[in-house]
Design a protein around this ligand. Structure first.
Ligand code: HEM
Length: 440
């Protein structure tokens, strides 16, 4: 017989909406708002969110349970097996285009893969996989990309200034333009500025392309039509696509994920390395004097990859993400939930769940390089399953080449920002905006 999933109370729903839902919206779903993030970072907002979800999961879990978010009954998933059911079943029956995400993304990437369904999703996914090569040990253009990442690190060390996130982000936006389009786009800061404006418009969830979208799309199309064989654009002709794929429309996601999300994660990784001398030493020993322009040196730096993955586990840039049922679904307890049912995965809670993860609040790169963290469906900073991030491998590779070079050419010190100590529990939030890392 079917049993109904448990329901959190209306008061708990109000608290969940206020402490988990609203902070994610207030900070900017797509373009983080610097001032607001800093204010929220000073309040223990993430800590409150963690404690609230922890309390709810203890009371109503481990099965999925209903929480009212705003006025909508939403299924919250905290057990890795249920997460596997849902992410393993995306985009159907669990679509990745809940209304808020679709309306926000429509401003800057209305045809994005992540908000596509059915055959259209499959077609766009084949295109993305053919260019990004998610399953391969190293991307076919890895040698060129490693050289660009190393050059980016050298430029920042040569600048001889304490590193702030804005400088790292600008450097990565340039690196991203070179990786995606080649040298012709290296200095096209206007393109990245256009994207930033459109993403800011996305925070208002307009449900349609924002002013300037068509021009931005045309600018990307111009680069696609002049492909560079040393960049991702050079692989597009060999990837299956047609008009419905909307190739320029796919590349928009690549630009913000590599030029915004990736540097935020690498800045946090660098802060961890700056405050964990043993881990820093191990990375330096691994890389030694080997050249990071050699693909094998980069891919062999597995502990360094673990450092990046740990920063993403500890402070996921996607703190909360959602699915919506595209059709009815029968759960293992026999309960049926109808099409349209919203579901939520709270990465911050799942990544730090102290009842499941022994190293929850500590920096433990070896859990990835030598342990089993990579098999755990609790960790979804790159998501999992058919709609898992196809740029994850490339992101880690670029991060390894960049950070490997940076920490063998300089000694990072966290000179302002949150206190991170090896033997103390790490905070639930790491605000990148006020932080500063010296590179001596
Ligand atoms: C550290 C950097 C990155 C992080 C944290 C990240 C995270 C994610 C996450 C969480 C998703 C799933 C979203 C959802 O289902 O709601 C996703 C999907 C996706 N990511 Fe990434 N990503 C990163 C870098 C990249 C890069 C560099 C690219 C491209 C070059 C990329 C391309 C994509 C695409 C196309 C999807 C949609 C996949 C689909 O729906 O089938 N990502 N990413």
């Amino acid at each position: 017989m079917a049993t109904d999933f448990k329901h959190a109370s209306i008061v708990e729903g109000v608290r969940f909406t206020a402490q988990v839902g609203v902070p994610n919206v207030v900070q900017g779903l797509f373009r983080k708002r610097e001032a607001v993030v800093t204010v929220v970072g000073k309040l223990p907002a993430e800590h409150l969110a963690y404690r609230l979800v922890e309390g709810l999961a203890r009371k109503y879990g481990p099965d999925p349970f209903w929480v009212r978010v705003g006025t909508e009954e939403t299924l919250l998933l905290t057990h890795p097996e249920d997460i596997q059911t849902v992410l393993g079943g995306s985009p159907s029956p669990f679509a990745s285009d809940p209304e808020a995400k679709r309306k926000g993304m429509a401003a800057f990437q209305p045809n994005a893969l992540t908000i596509s369904r059915g055959d259209l999703w499959a077609k766009r996914r084949v295109f993305a996989d053919a260019v990004l090569k998610p399953g391969s040990r190293a991307h076919p253009l890895a040698r060129q990309f490693a050289a660009l990442a190393v050059e980016t690190a050298d430029d920042l060390v040569a600048a001889d200034q304490p590193l702030r996130f804005d400088a790292l982000n600008a450097a990565f936006q340039r690196l991203t333009r070179r990786v995606v389009f080649g040298e012709a786009a290296a200095e096209d800061e206007g393109l990245s500025a256009q994207l930033a404006d459109l993403m800011a418009a996305g925070n208002k969830m307009p449900g349609k392309p924002a002013a300037g979208y068509q021009q931005f799309h045309d600018n990307i199309a111009a680069y696609v039509n002049n492909p560079d064989p040393t960049a991702l654009s050079g692989m597009i002709a060999g990837a299956p696509s047609d008009d419905e794929t909307d190739v320029p429309g796919q590349l928009i996601h690549w630009l913000f994920a590599m030029g915004d999300t990736l540097p935020a994660n690498l800045f946090r990784t660098l802060a961890l390395l700056a405050t964990h001398p043993d881990a820093l030493q191990r990375v330096r020993d691994d890389v030694g004097t080997k050249k990071l322009t050699t693909v094998k040196t980069v891919t062999d730096s597995r502990y360094l990859a673990g450092c990046i993955l740990e920063a993403m586990r500890l402070w996921p840039t996607t703190a909360l993400f959602g699915r919506v049922q595209a059709e009815e679904f029968r759960w293992k307890n026999g309960q049926r939930t109808p099409a349209g049912t919203p579901l939520l995965i709270h990465n911050l809670y799942n990544h730090r769940n102290r009842s499941r993860i022994a190293y929850a609040d500590h920096f433990a790169p070896e859990e990835w390089s030598e342990g089993t963290a990579g098999d755990d469906w609790s960790f979804n900073f790159f998501s999992h399953g058919p709609q898992g991030c196809p740029g994850g491998g490339l992101s880690i590779f670029l991060g390894q080449a960049f950070l490997g070079r940076l920490v063998t050419q300089s000694t990072p010190k966290l000179t302002s920002g949150p206190r991170l100590r090896p033997h103390q529990r790490l905070p639930y939030a790491f605000d990148i905006y006020p932080a500063e890392i010296s590179l001596s």
